[in-house]
Design a protein around this ligand. Structure first.
Ligand SMILES: [Zn+2]
Length: 175
């Protein structure tokens, strides 16, 4: 790529990460582009590259300086953490889509029971709280009235994921 990207979306073409280095304490943080775009769109923030650069702060909680250098780092082998995070984001997104559908009794019939069990298992490492998943399963496997939904236990799982720092698709946050 020649020069800086115009918007965060331009980074899609180089498949890189956003590299934020603090000029005060030297702390370096690598941010996943997809996660950044999703977060900024959710909060209705601009994805314009100059705006993105100006709004970055040092990733060290002790420092939090706004004097940072923002650049694009192409993906490399030492970015396993980011790759794992990207993988987690995809798994969580897909799992929540199925779980959300299963929370409405009208669409429940179209989803195999095994799919819901698989989804709850897949979410476990990220949710980290078995009781929330067991509660969902317990309510899911009961007889339900046609109007009865599981949006409440679904919302608890989403809240827990957000509280643990995982990126959740915006439309899922309302439960
Ligand atoms: Zn710093």
């Amino acid at each position: 790529m020649v020069g800086d990207p115009k918007t965060l979306h331009d980074l899609a073409r180089v498949d890189g990460a956003v590299h934020v280095q603090c000029r005060v304490c030297g702390h370096v943080e690598l941010k996943d582009r997809e996660e950044m775009i999703r977060g900024r769109l959710f909060h209705r923030l601009s994805c314009d590259w100059e705006v993105v650069c100006r709004s970055q702060r040092c990733g060290s909680p002790k420092c939090d300086s706004a004097d940072v250098r923002v650049s694009v780092a192409p993906y490399s082998q030492d970015m396993d953490v980011l790759k794992r995070r990207r993988g987690a984001m995809i798994t969580i997104g897909l799992a929540l889509h199925i779980l959300h559908r299963s929370s409405y009794s009208a669409t429940q019939a179209g989803i195999p029971v095994e799919a819901v069990r698989l989804v709850l298992r897949a979410l476990h490492p990220f949710v980290g709280d078995r009781s929330l998943l067991e509660r969902y399963w317990e309510l899911y496997s009961r007889e339900r009235a046609p109007h009865e939904t599981l949006t409440l236990p679904f919302g608890w799982i989403v809240q827990r994921l957000v509280a643990r720092g995982y990126s959740v698709p915006g439309e899922m946050r309302t439960g």
